[in-house]
Ligand binder design. Structure first.
Ligand code: AMP
Length: 211
């Protein structure tokens, strides 16, 4: 498939960001990620939208979903400028999936399957280098340079309490989205618990075999 229009679905910590970066490189398409877009606009004033909180940050810090109206607008704008794309972190509920159907056609929805125990372990151990943006893990992938190690930060929503809430929100809101694409016949599952290079091999093959 030359320039796929695709979703990458999976729980928080399933590896969507890592695999999306490889997909965008290999297939020369846009990476549209609602999580990054919202992190870059955390303090945006959304009070006019009649929402519970006035900024995305308040939802994100608690592991809750940012209101659909805010997220749908971000995706609509990004997709209008893309030929091919990998959409990462959206749709996260059935209402968003409905909205997406009005915005574009999809070639495939790829689901990275990882057990909950492994997700908690990955997320609570995840650390970010604020200077380079590189991602490490305290156990699986610690930095060699002690200077880098000293400056590592934890994402505010990667604490154990918020991780548990994000996984609950995933089970409640996003699992029905996965069932929806499965029922529709467009879902492809990949075992996301393998080493990142092996996950990538399966992801690449799956995209190449989609017609
Ligand atoms: P992520 O980086 O994809 O794990 O997203 C981090 C946080 O951003 C989530 O916990 C939500 O608060 C918010 N967020 C990201 N994508 C969406 C979405 N599609 N709908 C609602 N909230 C979202």
């Amino acid at each position: 498939m030359a320039q796929p229009r695709m979703l990458i679905l999976g729980a928080p910590g399933a590896g969507k960001g890592t695999q999306s970066a490889k997909i965008t490189d290999e297939f020369d398409i846009d990476h549209v990620t609602t999580g990054d877009a919202l992190r870059a606009n955390k303090e945006m004033d959304i009070s006019e939208m009649d929402t519970e909180y006035d900024t995305p940050r308040e939802y994100m810090d608690q592991g809750e979903l940012v209101p659909d109206e805010v997220v749908n607008a971000i995706v609509d704008e990004a997709l209008s400028q893309a030929d091919g794309f990998v959409l990462d972190g959206y749709p996260r509920n059935l209402e968003q999936a409905d909205e997406l159907e009005d915005m574009t056609d999809l070639d495939l929805a790829l689901y990275l399957d990882v057990s909950e125990e492994e997700l908690v372990h990955r997320l609570t151990g995840r650390r970010l280098d604020p200077e380079t943006g590189d991602i490490y893990h305290v156990e699986y992938n610690p930095p060699e340079d002690p200077e880098v190690e000293d400056r590592l930060e934890q994402r505010e929503d990667d604490t154990e309490e918020t991780v548990k809430e994000r996984l609950r929100v995933f089970r409640e809101n996003t699992e029905p989205v996965i069932d929806h694409y499965e029922d529709e016949g467009s879902l492809e599952r990949v075992d996301g618990e393998q080493a990142p290079e092996d996950v990538w091999e399966d992801v690449k093959k799956t995209i190449e075999n989609t017609d």
